[in-house]
Design a protein around this ligand. Sequence first.
Ligand SMILES: C[S@@+](CC[C@H](N)C(=O)[O-])C[C@H]1O[C@@H](n2cnc3c(N)ncnc32)[C@H](O)[C@@H]1O
Length: 449
Amino acid sequence: MKHLPLFFDLAGRKVVVVGQGTAADRRADLARSAGAEISRIGGDAFGSADFRGAAAAFVATGKFESDVAAQHAAKASGVPVNVADRPALCDFILPAIIDRDGVVVAVSTCGASPTLASVLRGRIEAILPERIGTLASLARTFRVQVNALIADPARRRGFWRRLTEGPAARLALAGDEAGARRVALGELDAARRRISPVGIAHIVGAGPGDPDLLTLRAAQLLQEADAILHDDLVPAAILGRARRDAELVPVGKRRGTAGWVQAEIEAELVRRVRAGQTVVRLKAGDPFIFGRGGEEVEALRAVGLPVSVVPGITAALGCAASAGIPLTHRRLASAVTFVTGHGAEGGREAAWPALAAQGHTLAVYMGATEAASVRDRLLDAGVAASTPVAVVESATRPGERISVGRLADLARLAAAHTARADAGPSLIIVGEVAALAAVADQSFLAEVC
Ligand SMILES: C[S@@+](CC[C@H](N)C(=O)[O-])C[C@H]1O[C@@H](n2cnc3c(N)ncnc32)[C@H](O)[C@@H]1O
């Protein structure tokens, strides 16, 4: 290592910046952001007295003679100096910096290649959680208490590890600062009383099926989970992204089989989180769109257990993208509604007449097996029989299939997607925009338009 990376406290200290261009401005801004008092010297008129008492000097005149003269003047006053683009004249070099609310990463190639340093900075930035600063400030808040309450160094290290990687960290990184503080306090109490702390449940959306459409956070959580309770609709390709020794628990409510009932899933979540596990409850699409994620969040909150929610790309968006159907369109649709075709099932039935307006796109979930009833409810509500519809099966997955037609033909169209034993999930899109589907057979359009 040619240079030792050190983080220098410049708060309230004098820093001299020589030069007038953007390089000098950037250095002045950086030193100012660390709280330094900046003394700017523009031209060539400077002497060693200008540098007296300074903590550091930055030189960036752009002219070799002036750079050398300024460097000499700084050194004559005993001030460490950095000269832009002249490593041989530098006492210290400036790294590529990432500053996320007080978490600072400095990258250096020891002067070999500032470009390589900035490429590396970009890569590190991409993997650094956006709210890492919130996590640092959580740790700062607890520092004194932890040191006072947990005397044993190994137990203290264990506490810090859990705080920075476990449930409290996850909540802080998800933006739930109050929840993170609550969990951290619980963990501090557990550590003090030498009992095992509770875990956390993450209610995670897996997206429509293509593993590349997982969010970054969902992918991270799959790598952290002790157990993954997943629906049948979540494909193997996504479960394959889980940590190798995570326990995979299928809790699907498969048609025609006994399966798990909702209350059992909620009880299982509570049991595992109480036992200290990090549990991912993995659902197709988004957990809050026809996913019963809300009920699971309520069940965990009701007993005071930590829970976070990670959104996913819901099926309607996956289907729309796959089929090339814009759900809204300046000329054709100014509203879109996600509706279940499944009937009320003990819940509220959709108010179909309110959805029948022109210029309104409907994304009908769980409607393909009841397409005739969906069609009839829409026709009764006043939707024209010639309205374009699309049925999208297994969007974003291998075996994706798309059909387009008219509302009058919906039952026949949907049957082609539900009759096979290996049929995937299907979603129906109703509205003028469905005519824009990028399918090879456009013959129906002639009849519609
Ligand atoms: C119980 S709902 C779950 C919806 C999920 N929470 C979401 O946000 O996509 C299941 C329905 O979602 C739709 N669906 C889910 N994934 C799909 C996919 N890849 N292609 C087409 N439809 C899909 C189907 O209508 C299916 O019947």
